[in-house]
Design a protein around this ligand. Structure first.
Ligand code: UGA
Length: 433
């Protein structure tokens, strides 16, 4: 089948690539000319393991096309995906400006029957509104909700082997067209959840908020474990073996970040508020996540006896491993707090440095290092914030030699099992004695 996707961010570009991989033809549209030109030349606009190979293959066999013209997509395809970003807006609500600008543009060009599939994470009821807008122009429009569940850094794998496909819609013929596009997944036995649009939109927010709650819960337990002398890693293991709890997303850390959990928890809370409901558990997770970042700084400050003029190495700037994305990264927040308290930062990240430089451009006393070893040179303390594999296998003796002090804060518990760590450093894992 031939479809188009508007928006070439993480969701749009990966979805387009995967559709070509399972045998379809895709037109990818983005208004950012610069990005389209890069993609046409086979250069990626985002870093995602395995994505480039799929796109290069699709470009070679002609199954993917990149353009800035929405009209081209509309004229040539009957199924049009919307994968437009919905960032955090005023007061925590989702900002739908770009999405509605795109819908307006689509309405200018549609003249025949189309199925619009909303992949963007949107407030409950948005698909109904989009359909109303487009039906003013032409009656024969069906809008479906089809949320995306891929994780950055693992997006190709998550998209090729999804755990479920959720489709929300009214019109059975439109739903069946989308199911036909996803036949590959149906044949692989991937479960489909078919419901109405608001339910589908809610499933997306409910899933992300649940995972955020799970992380905040384990983070709070980790803080408690430190006080009572328990080991949070064993607590997670012991809890996670219960199938009802499951072992996933029970890893404590400096708080969740990224472009999804922080904004989606807030947006869901706001949606509930507008409907006179209080999602108090989600609210607690939001507050707890903010506190967790503060606690990271407090812990370093307490152990070092203050932060003023202390030279500290931060390892990891992206919000998680295998991505260059620093959106709402705990590292950025934590660096700001340390610098505000007079600390001096040397930081390194395998991929996040360029973005971090922009986000921290107003802050002084931050030295961006090109590699791990120069990052730890002459520092008093080393702080691991993102679990990149490069940080899991460091040459500890060499690191120790380069540092001035011996404080080692491991907020991702990467060295818990290392026999030498406590001999070489004043080692502070999170939630473990
Ligand atoms: C998240 C969801 O996991 C995806 O299912 C969803 O599609 C996506 O948001 C989205 O809405 O687009 P993502 O933000 O890419 O994916 O990354 P995650 O792997 O979920 O990690 C989010 C944050 O939680 C990171 O800061 C990570 O370090 C943190 N985390 C995750 C923990 O602190 N502990 C854990 O056990 C797991």
């Amino acid at each position: 089948m031939k479809v188009s996707i508007i928006g070439t961010g993480y969701v749009g570009l990966v979805h387009g690539a995967i559709l070509t991989k399972i045998g379809h033809n895709v037109i990818c549209v983005d208004k950012k000319r610069e990005n389209i030109e890069r993609l046409k030349k086979g250069n990626m606009t985002i870093f995602e393991p395995g994505l480039k190979e799929i796109i290069l293959e699709a470009e070679k066999n002609g199954s993917i096309e990149f353009t800035t013209e929405i009209k081209k997509a509309i004229d040539n395809t009957d199924i049009i995906f919307l994968a437009i970003g919905t960032p955090e807006g005023e007061g925590g609500k989702a900002d739908l400006k770009d999405l509605y600008t795109c819908v307006d543009e689509i309405s200018k060009y549609i003249t025949t029957k189309k199925i619009i599939v909303v992949k963007s994470t949107v407030p409950i009821g948005t698909c109904n509104d989009i359909e109303k807008i487009l039906r003013k122009k032409i009656k024969d429009i069906e809008v479906l909700s089809n949320p995306e569940f891929l994780r950055e850094g693992n997006a190709v794998n998550d998209s090729l082997f999804p755990e479920r496909i959720v489709i929300g819609g009214k019109n059975i013929e439109a739903i069946n067209s989308l199911k036909k596009l996803y036949l590959y997944f149906e044949e692989k036995g991937i479960p489909f959840v078919i419901s109405n649009r608001t339910t589908s939109e809610m499933i997306k927010y409910a899933s992300n908020a649940f995972l955020a709650v799970k992380i905040s819960y384990i983070n709070e337990l980790a803080n408690l474990a430190e006080k009572v002398g328990a080991n949070i890693s064993d607590v997670s293991l012991g809890m996670g073996l219960d199938k009802r709890i499951a072992p996933y997303f029970l890893e404590c850390g400096p708080g969740y970040g990224g472009s999804c959990f922080p904004k989606d928890t807030k947006a869901l809370f706001e949606i509930a508020k507008e409907n006179s409901e209080e999602l108090s558990i989600v609210k607690s997770a939001i507050e707890s996540n903010k506190r967790q970042r503060e606690k990271v700084v407090q812990k370093i400050e307490n152990k070092l006896g203050g932060l003023k003029n202390k030279k500290i190495a931060i390892l990891g700037l992206s919000f998680k491993e295998n991505t260059d994305d620093t959106r709402d990264s705990p590292s950025i927040d934590i660096i700001k707090k340390i610098v505000n308290k007079g600390g001096k930062i040397q930081c390194y990240c395998p991929m996040g440095i360029e973005e971090a430089k922009v986000k921290l451009s107003f802050y002084k006393n931050i030295d961006y290092k090109k590699d791990l070893i120069s990052c730890v040179e002459k520092v008093e303390a080393l702080v691991i914030l993102t679990p990149w594999s490069e940080f899991k296998n460091m040459d500890l003796n060499k690191i120790k030699e380069k540092m001035n002090g011996s404080y080692f804060f491991d907020f991702r518990n990467l060295y818990l099992e290392n026999k030498n760590i406590r001999k070489l450093f004043k080692y502070y894992p999170l939630g473990n004695s």
